[in-house]
Design a protein around this ligand. Structure first.
Ligand code: 6GU
Length: 249
């Protein structure tokens, strides 16, 4: 998969994009990540990329011609339908499904806004999608783009190793993961649940699923509204509800 990132601050990507899993993905040739400095597409002597907003008010706005040239330097040779995504707090909120969908594309372009924003006509003409990573405001789209890259490439075949792949994890089916333990068997008076040392793999899988469901019930009950559950899992939910009711009595 190829990901092109358009930014005024390509250096911001140096640490995160050259470490651990992201590096492995690049090293294995699964991820072709390309950084482009929007400033390189300015044609003025002083390499201006922004200007004052029409109508006044504070801040600066990124110039449409510069950003358009930057985008088109990539899209002119990209397949039709290649997503051009503007990272902005006004975008659709990024989630697990968006990550899976983006991982299905051969190429994705991520545009990082800065200053007060980008001239609206860039969105009208060249952007196919706008994404936010949550309801708070960041100084620029760079950190958000890194979050998207990380969440997307985990779904590419060969990125996650023996850990089992992205399908089994929190949010993959709308259910959180249960707790994890490693040695020692007792730590400061707390022991590891006996089932995990029983060697009964069927029982361990059921326990993990049940405890994941319990965490979801306790912490993110909103996720249960759309989760697809077996009859047994629905029965567990009634158990949790009864336990909660008993504890509050
Ligand atoms: Cl994508 N950009 C900015 N600037 N702030 C954000 C965001 C994006 N997502 C959440 N906050």
């Amino acid at each position: 998969m190829r990901i092109d990132i358009l930014t005024l601050f390509p250096e911001m990507f140096q640490g995160p994009m050259t470490e651990s899993m992201l590096w492995k993905a690049r090293d294995r040739g699964i991820l072709d990540l390309r950084l482009h400095n929007i400033r390189d597409f300015s044609q003025t002597r002083h390499k201006n990329v922004d200007d004052t907003p029409y109508g006044g008010g504070g801040g600066m706005v990124m110039k449409p011609d510069v950003v358009a040239r930057a985008i088109e330097s990539i899209t002119y040779e990209a397949a039709p339908g290649t997503p051009v995504i503007l990272m902005t707090p006004r975008g659709r909120v990024f989630n697990h499904q968006t990550a899976v969908d983006l991982a299905g594309h051969e190429q994705v372009v991520l545009l990082c806004g800065h200053y007060e924003g980008i001239d609206e006509r860039v969105s009208q003409l060249l952007v196919t999608d706008e994404l936010s990573i949550g309801d708070y405001v960041l100084t620029g789209g760079e950190l958000a783009a890194m979050v998207v890259v990380d969440a997307v490439i985990r779904h590419l075949p060969g990125v996650l190793g023996a850990e089992g792949g992205a399908e089994r994890e929190s949010h993959a089916d709308g259910i959180l993961e249960g707790p994890h333990y490693t040695r020692p068997a007792e730590f400061r008076g707390l022991t590891v649940p006996a089932v995990l040392t029983s060697g009964d793999h069927g029982a361990i899988l059921r326990w993990r699923r049940k405890e994941g469901l319990r965490q979801t019930w306790l912490r993110r009950p909103d996720l249960l509204l759309t989760a697809r559950l077996t009859l047994e899992e629905q029965y567990w939910l009634t158990e949790f509800a009864n336990e909660t009711a008993r504890q509050s009595r």
